[in-house]
Design a protein. Structure first.
Length: 360
């Protein structure tokens, strides 16, 4: 169970700004106990680690320097991001690589007061390169366990299928995961949505549900038929959560249905800025005000610069969020976590203690 006092530890400096130089609102956001529900572990591969793994594994990279690499992170839509994202994975080969990747993220998340994270991984992006499923998941798992005991951060894993591969490939991946089911809480769906609607994976998601996995799917922002795809997730797949889903705000009946089902949306403002025409801060705030269980997350923070703290800061500043709104976002996230009621209650106690300490 989470320790309610954890938020009382000193606030570390972020992004080169000492905590003394931060605005009150930023300090509040930093201290807020957080849950991260939409984070691709492969999307946390920072250029510095990419270079060191490339050297360790003798892999050639297209960029000669970190600056050159960052300059190439110049996306204007989902496919242009995904091309760079998959290419970057070429340096991830051994269990140690997946351990290093995951531990680095967990240290960063801990420094931002993330108490709990549900982490996506993309096994097919590795097995299709000849890296074994077991290699991937064993490295991630070891980092989860060590971070739990060294840092006190709790995590669970969500296995994502790549929607631009076939439903058969997803079904094989579900089979390959069977030996590790105790390490995986749910399944998701990511990659390029164009021409790959939720119903393409109806059977494999039904099988996953039957096996006891929780279900989520990406409904990326401003895609072809975004609203229809969100509807499919609800009516044809029976998801437990939706990743992104911001376009739901365009349809009043759909918003009412999300509220009725208490369906969480895991939105990612900085990611939106890179793959659409802006952060969608106004639309996110509107969904929150209409009673949708909105949560804020970081998606692929090495590529869309900003972890959960920076995402909350951007949203707060652009949408004028109050402290109450920010607490609601954290409460929404702990409430939507795939945890039993006792563990949720432990985290919510940490949040209540933060609020009661007078910082609300
Ligand atoms: N894979 C990693 N990040 C993704 C995103 N934001 N959308 C779809 N697929 C992804
Ligand atoms: Zn995502």
């Amino acid at each position: 169970m989470a320790n309610p006092e954890r938020f009382l530890r000193p606030i570390p400096a972020v992004g080169g700004i000492s905590s003394a130089g931060m605005s009150d609102m930023r300090r509040f956001i930093e201290g807020l106990p957080k849950a991260e529900l939409h984070l691709h572990i492969e999307g946390t591969l920072e250029p510095e680690l990419k270079f060191s793994l490339a050297e360790r594994n003798g892999v050639a990279l297209p960029a000669a320097t970190i600056e050159e690499m960052r300059a190439a992170y110049d996306f204007d839509d989902l496919p242009s991001f995904l091309a760079v994202y998959y290419e970057g994975m070429s340096v991830l080969l051994t269990e140690e690589d997946f351990y290093d990747l995951t531990y680095a993220y967990l240290e960063k998340a801990h420094s931002q007061n993330v108490l709990y994270a549900e982490i996506f991984f993309d096994p097919q992006a590795h097995t299709t390169r000849g890296v074994r499923f077991q290699t991937v998941i064993s490295g991630i798992r070891r980092a989860q366990e060590e971070a739990r005991s060294a840092l006190g951060i709790d995590t669970q894993l969500i296995m994502c299928f790549l929607r631009d591969l076939s439903a058969d490939s997803a079904a094989h991946t579900l089979e390959a995961a069977a030996d590790f089911q105790d390490w995986i809480v749910g399944v998701g769906l990511d990659s390029d949505e164009h021409g790959n609607p939720p119903v393409k994976f109806r059977e494999v998601f039904a099988a996953a549900r039957e096996m006891g996995y929780r279900l989520t799917m990406h409904c990326d922002v401003d895609q072809e038929n975004s609203v229809g795809n969100i509807r499919q997730c609800l009516d044809e797949i029976g998801v437990d959560r939706i990743d992104h889903g911001v376009n739901a705000g365009e349809d009043d009946e759909l918003v009412a249905e999300l509220v009725r089902r208490d369906m969480a949306l895991t939105v990612c403002p900085i990611s939106n800025r890179y793959v659409t025409d802006g952060t969608k801060a106004a639309q996110i705030k509107d969904l929150l005000d209409r009673g949708v269980r909105v949560t804020v997350n970081s998606d692929d923070p090495a590529y869309f610069p900003g972890y959960i703290f920076e995402n909350l800061v951007v949203l707060q500043e652009e949408a004028g969020l109050s402290r109450k709104d920010l607490v609601r976002l954290s409460r929404n996230a702990f409430g939507a976590a795939w945890l039993d009621d006792d563990r949720k209650a432990g985290f919510l106690e940490s949040l209540d203690a933060f609020v009661a300490a007078g910082q609300d």
